[in-house]
Design a protein around this ligand. Structure first.
Ligand code: NI
Length: 131
């Protein structure tokens, strides 16, 4: 299995500015302030603490890709994002091991335009891979 490194934990939030303040109260520092992702229609910001990175994701409109998820999960972590030195090999390994892609590699404006793909496992839910 190619080595995967955790890049961030994705957190769904209804109110991103209030959520940011709550994470700051826990000692997180804003790493990248809010960026609008016009592909997914979400606001995204990154905070870090103790080597951990949290991504706050908040839908900007009702037809955002995460609006349905927010209704289902409320304010909650919902994916772990991984990076790999060889993303193509990692993708092939993951799909050979029970992970199914739920979209195609798509640019992520909040990650400097790197592409990401979401995959889901029937036993551990959703993950994201930077590719
Ligand atoms: Ni993410």
């Amino acid at each position: 299995m190619p080595t995967l490194k955790i890049h961030h934990i994705g957190y769904l939030v209804k109110k991103i500015e209030k959520a940011k303040k709550s994470f700051e109260a826990l000692g997180y520092l804003v790493e990248q302030d809010t960026v609008y992702d016009d592909i997914r229609k979400v606001d995204i910001c990154f905070l870090v603490k103790d080597g951990y990175r949290v991504e706050l994701i908040s839908p900007v409109s009702g037809d955002s890709v995460v609006s349905g998820l927010l209704k289902k999960y409320k304010n909650a972590p919902y994916h772990v994002c991984y990076e790999a030195a060889d993303p193509e090999a990692a993708y092939a390994e993951l799909t050979a091991n029970g992970f199914a892609a739920i979209d195609t590699p798509t640019p992520a404006p909040a990650l400097g335009g790197s592409k990401v793909v979401f995959l889901t496992s029937p036993v551990i839910g959703m993950i994201e891979l930077i590719c």
